[in-house]
Design a binder for this molecule. Structure first.
Ligand code: ATP
Ligand code: MG
Length: 636
């Protein structure tokens, strides 16, 4: 057994007052573990009992050993047979051996229980995270989500493998020792109780002093770590603006604070141990003196064995009492983390009441659709699973009087109506923050409308299964995200069953093939750190290729070519035009030359459509579009 772990993990080992246990979370965790490890847990509890009782039995046995064997032997001048003594010693060894085996058993089992539980919690957490709506991630720091998988699961592991078993073992040990003490001598028990009470008061006093420092230390650790993390991510900006010295100064300040608080907290924690040690020695001496006096004066029927056994018991009771408080505190801290894990698991999955799926169909001679398909004549169709009807997928997207806000307080889109006829190219233009990306987020159903409707081939998009809806849309997001994988696999994200040839074909169309073939391992080049080694424009080309390989009937391109040079853009445009033929396309671009040929240009300002028409019509109107295009602004 380890000694009292003062100071480890800051405030956790050193409660200033009894921590509050989150019983609901505890119950739920236990139910979770119990449901999968019933037999193991029963063995664990039995082993803990056996191990605790064995440790107490040793001390009790000491009395029998001395009084029944050693004292008589000493009285007989050592002439008695050793056989009985050896037998007694063997029995004692057996009890200790049982204790060791039991301790080993429950510790081994708890490792299995905790690691399996953690594995299943991590799996469930990750799978559930994939089902959460974008809104969930909007409102949370990435660091907070990360720490669920690191800190919180680790404290959970510690709690299950160490704190809970130790706590149970401590309680059983304390009760057993106490009973053994009272049975041996209630007089001496009073002496021990007196010294335990004084220890309790001293611990309380010191804990009160250092408790606040421990809290402050935790805070200071958080602040310093947060600053390091932020600066690691911002090294480029730091160096660009030669902010290094300020950064060092700022960190030095945070570090000073951490030092101060850690110093104060640990100063008190460290003097506690020697004080406790001394008190327990004093207690030992007092018990010995009082015991001796009682025995000699005949006030209490105490034998030598009883006194020796009692001394042993009184020394061993201190540790489990200390442990109980510590482990309880550790459990309370770990439960706070477990609660956060359960909160994630309880977060509501993205609602999806859709029942319409995408399917392959064949167009019969009379124009009707048949729900079967042989490879050459397949067309896409929407299949209503409830009604059994098939609707041809033509890519007609309509927004009708759409209102939307990310929060309830502020509408970002007001009364937006857009009619994107099949095969037409719709351009969305307007100033930064006008709501262009927001419109694409709604078509994708990342968020739900506040008011209005969106129809896809005449179908309310809420009735289409989200996965199927998104499969039918090829979206190039404004901020390109590449994964730490090969270029080939990054493009294949568009459609997981695309062949290598299809991927290369798409890359050629996106004009990405040229630069990819110049990478060290071509398509097999690993993109480290999410593609940081590529230029912004190259990343965009890969993401265009990704959308092309998906081969969807509707394309949404959000600032897809904003970082690409005008020459490459013209080449990409050609490829894209070929691709766009027959597809409905939403294009968002600040560079207006790229959307000149759009069938309809929608001009947005502050969440409303203020103009719509072809390039020629809008130029003629000499409104906002004309001003944007010709660069004529009235600067006030
Ligand atoms: N996830 C979000 N949560 C809350 N508000 C948001 C969120 N995303 C965007 N907004 C707000 O919604 C408004 C419209 O944003 P949107 O991204 O649609 O603009 P945009 O027209 O695409 O601009 P840009 O041309 O800069 O890309 C902005 O005021 C923005 O602050
Ligand atoms: Mg945008």
């Amino acid at each position: 057994m380890t000694g009292p772990q003062m100071g480890r993990g800051g405030g956790r080992a050193f409660p200033s007052k009894m921590p509050k246990l989150d019983k609901k979370t505890f119950g739920r965790l236990m139910a979770l573990i119990w449901s999968e490890h019933k037999v193991r847990l029963v063995v664990v509890v039995v082993s803990i009992l056996a191990s605790s009782l064995a440790s107490v039995a040793g001390s009790v046995f000491l009395r029998i050993l001395i009084d029944s064997y050693i004292t008589p032997m000493a009285a007989q001048g050592g002439a008695a047979s050793f056989k009985a003594l050896i037998e007694a010693l063997m029995k004692m060894a057996l009890i200790y051996a049982c204790g060791v085996i039991a301790t080993y058993t429950y510790n081994r089992l708890m490792v299995t229980v905790s690691q399996r539980t953690l594995k299943s919690i991590r799996d469930t957490m990750f799978a559930h995270m994939q089902s959460l709506p974008i809104k969930y991630f909007d409102t949370r720091e990435h660091g907070d989500l990360m720490s669920l998988y690191t800190n919180d699961t680790d404290t959970l592991r510690q709690m299950v493998t160490q704190s809970i078993p130790n706590f149970i073992s401590s309680i059983v040990t304390v009760i057993a020792i106490f009973i053994a003490m009272v049975v041996t001598s209630w007089h001496l028990t009073l002496v021990v109780l007196l010294s335990l009470t004084s220890m309790l008061f001293i611990t309380r006093g010191i804990a009160r002093k250092s408790g606040q420092h421990f809290m402050a230390q935790q805070k200071a650790i958080g602040a310093a770590n947060g600053y390091i993390e932020e600066l690691v991510n911002a090294q480029k900006v730091v160096q660009t603006f030669t902010y290094e010295e300020r950064a060092i100064e700022r960190f030095a300040g945070l570090n000073d604070e951490l030092f101060e608080n850690a110093f104060n907290a640990n100063r008190y924690a460290n003097i506690l141990m020697p004080i406790m040690g001394n008190i327990s020695y004093i207690q030992y001496v007092v018990v010995a003196i009082v015991g001796g006096t009682l025995a000699l004066s005949g006030l209490a029927p105490l034998t030598l064995g009883a006194i020796a056994s009692f001394l042993q018991l009184s020394r061993t009771i201190n540790m489990p009492i200390n442990q109980m408080a510590q482990q309880l505190n550790a459990v309370a801290m770990a439960l706070a983390g477990t609660r956060r894990i359960f909160d994630l698991l309880d977060a509501e999955s993205e609602a999806d009441s859709g029942h319409i799926t995408l399917t392959h169909a064949t167009r019969a001679e009379d124009g009707s659709l048949l729900p079967t398909c042989d490879s050459s004549t397949c067309v896409w169709a929407w299949h209503d699973e409830q009604k059994g009807t098939l609707t041809p997928l033509s890519g007609h997207v309509r927004l009708i009087d759409v209102d939307f806000g990310y929060s309830d307080e502020k509408l970002v889109l007001k009364d937006v109506s857009i009619d994107a006829q099949p095969g037409k190219k719709i351009a969305l233009v307007g100033p930064t923050g006008a709501g262009k990306t927001t419109i694409t987020n709604l078509i994708n159903r990342f968020y739900d409308l506040a008011d209005g409707k969106i129809r896809y081939d005449g179908i309310n998009i809420n009735r289409i299964k989200k996965g199927e809806l998104r499969r039918s849309l090829g979206v190039v997001l404004q901020d390109v995200h590449l994964f730490s994988d090969t270029v080939m696999e990054n493009i294949r994200y568009g459609r997981l069953d695309a062949t290598d040839d299809e991927v290369i074909e798409a890359a050629k169309m996106a004009n990405a093939d040229f630069f990819i073939s110049h990478l060290p391992q071509g398509y097999q080049t690993e993109l480290a750190a999410s593609g940081n080694s590529l230029s912004q424009g190259q990343r965009q080309l890969i993401s265009i290729a990704r959308a092309i390989v998906a081969n969807p009937p509707v394309l949404v391109l959000d600032e897809a070519t904003s970082s690409i040079d005008t020459y490459t853009e013209a080449v990409v445009q050609q490829g894209m035009d070929a691709l766009m033929a027959g597809r409905t396309v939403f294009v968002i671009a600040h560079r207006l030359s790229t959307i000149r040929n759009a069938d309809t240009i929608m001009v947005l300002d502050d969440g409303t459509v203020i103009e719509a028409g072809t390039h020629e019509q809008l130029m003629e109107r000499q409104g906002q579009y004309w001003r944007l295009y010709t660069g004529v602004f009235e600067l006030e």
